[in-house]
Design a protein around this ligand. Sequence first.
Ligand code: ZN
Length: 199
Amino acid sequence: MDYYSNHIKTLIDELGRLPGVGAKSAARLAFHIINMPKESVDRLSDSIKAAKANVHYCKKCCTLTDDEYCPICKSAGRDQSTIMVVENPRDLAAYEKTGEYKGLYHVLHGAISPALGIGPSDIRLKELMQRLGTEPVSEVIVATNSSLEGETTAMYISKLIKPTGIKVSRIASGVPVGGDLEYIDEITLLRALEGRVEL
Ligand code: ZN
């Protein structure tokens, strides 16, 4: 038996597809949205559409940005000789919050995972190697997560870069295993960065 209107059911189904939203949360959110003033619902749906239409990859570091180049790549104050490689824009944000890192970034948008069928060509590695051929980089800091996928990716990057003569380092293992970088406090991140070891 159908308890809900078709529109509510569709909304619950769509919300339920989002990561971390179970069936109960999806239903709770759907009923909350139905009870919201129309203007608030419009703001929410407009912001989703606008973000999707206007956000794209930075031409240099591949993080998400509204312009051709992100504010970090555009900034004259950043150290152009260091690139920190992270898995996603949230990890970049975590390092930026420390306020201590002055170099550039490169966002992979994922990590190598043979189990999930994600290979080196599925993440933004080619773009990284292209940058190393054209930018004055002397060190690449690999700050992928300490999960199996993150470590696999770090090893792969190290092997790829070694022949170029550019220094490759890995953030220290102070970062909890399997822990998402965005949930780690700033002091732990800074220690991991300072204690990095050459690969
Ligand atoms: Zn950028």
